[in-house]
Ligand binder design. Structure first.
Ligand code: PMP
Length: 403
């Protein structure tokens, strides 16, 4: 794997921050976008912008073909049974809201949903909103001291009212890679479907929804080198067919009258309004990017960066890393002594290091860790060991400054 060749595709990586070379370590929040994706967006805006599914015109058909080619590609890429199981949304957040709202209609007062302590707010709040419409009980799986789910506790939460498990594949704070297949197997042995929040898995791990046997799998394009504003909801056809539409409008209907409206077939039943067809078309190029490098190479490189950086950081006095699971993706959440995460992040920024500070949309997790927030550095395939060295040196400097 030639990192320099990879980096050439990301002009943004050459930018300066406050006069210093930028070191971008906020990949968990969003990854950067390679030029083939940017070019695909430009090409479509300059050559093929016409609304999809609406016309006999050549240009509209071309645009539709480009959008639908991505749908087929995504289906094949994550091994869905059919492209009808691939729904385009605005992101992981909207994908989960869709399920909470629509699948939520199938639930009854007193039904229970199992979540975990490490969920992003995107996989908590939609279920709470559903709880405002119906009396839904949320059961929460705790974590252990290294940031792994307590699977015994998980198994003990099931009863005859359990109707869904909603769990992240990878934690955006702790980096923990959850044993998702075992989690799904156990839920299925109790006839309970599972929604997987895959936002932090898809950039790093080959996902095979049929091998996992996930009922729903949600992810965002912008975290996997793709455009902003696009998410994917994979759902098993048998669930999607049972579920009512999420939003109403154009594209999602078969026939509209003031007396009786009928809905389109899958996946269009869930895609009201004009989709971000430009971004969807360009998403194909992000999948090319990942496939050309290969998940094995991505994972090996990121894992090496994680191990190298973690070992050195732990030598810094007062360093505390949150999330030390064996099976961990390249995310390092940390604090130094009693310093505020915000101060550490601000000082790192003056050195050109772009990290994230705060609760990372996981306040219940922060509460369980007894902290308000962390500094989070996260790697992508284009990060180098030289950048890791500069990052470690900067953290050392900041630790010394704050002492
Ligand atoms: N779940 C997890 C685990 C995430 O990390 C994120 C993004 N930070 C989301 C959901 C929400 O993704 P989006 O903002 O793209 O909808």
């Amino acid at each position: 794997m030639d990192i320099n060749k990879i980096r050439e595709q990301f002009p943004i990586l050459n930018r300066k921050i406050k006069g210093k070379d930028m070191i971008y370590l906020d990949n968990t929040a969003t990854s950067q976008t390679p030029m083939p994706v940017v070019d695909a967006i430009t090409d479509m805006y300059t050559q093929t912008k016409a609304n999809v599914h609406r016309g006999v015109s050549t240009i509209s058909q071309e645009a539709t073909d480009m959008q639908e080619a991505t749908r087929r590609r995504v289906a094949q890429w994550i091994n869905a049974s059919s492209e009808q199981e691939i729904i385009f949304t605005r992101g992981t957040t909207e994908a989960i809201n869709l399920v909470a709202s629509s699948f939520g209609n199938l639930l009854e007062n007193g039904d229970e949903i199992i979540l975990t302590t490490m969920e992003h707010h995107a996989n908590i709040v939609p279920w709470q909103l559903l709880g405002q419409r119906k009396r839904i009980i949320l059961r929460i799986v705790p974590i252990n001291e290294v940031g792994e789910l307590n699977l015994n506790a998980y198994r003990s939460l099931f009863n005859e009212r359990t109707k869904l498990v909603a769990v992240c594949h990878v934690s955006n704070v702790l980096g923990t890679v959850n044993p998702i297949k075992d989690i799904i197997d156990f839920a299925h042995s109790n006839s309970v479907p599972v929604l997987v929040d895959g936002a932090q898995a898809i950039p790093h791990i080959k996902v095979d929804v049929r091998d996992l046997d996930a009922d729903f799998y949600a992810f965002s394009a912008h975290k996997m080198y793709g455009p902003t504003g696009i998410g994917i909801l994979y759902g098993k056809k048998r669930w999607l067919e049972m579920m009512p539409p999420y939003q109403g409008g154009g594209e999602m209907i078969a026939n509209v009258s003031f007396d009786n409206t009928t809905f389109a077939e899958l996946p269009f039943k869930f895609e009201a309004g004009t989709p971000d067809f430009v971004g969807i078309a360009a998403l194909n190029k992000a999948i090319d990017f990942i496939e050309e490098i290969g998940y094995d190479n991505i994972a090996a490189h990121e894992h090496a960066l994680l191990t190298y950086t973690t070992e050195r950081m732990l030598k810094i006095p007062g360093m505390k890393i949150f999330g030390t699971s064996e099976n961990k993706s390249a995310v390092i959440s940390f604090l130094i002594g009693n310093e505020h995460h915000y101060d550490i992040g601000m000082l790192l920024d003056t050195l050109g290091i772009e990290v994230r500070t705060g609760h990372h949309c996981a306040q219940p997790l922060m509460r369980s860790l007894g902290i308000e927030g962390t500094v989070r550095a996260s790697f992508a395939v284009y990060n180098t060991f030289e950048e890791a060295d500069k990052f470690i040196a900067a953290v050392e400097r900041v630790a010394a400054m704050l002492k």
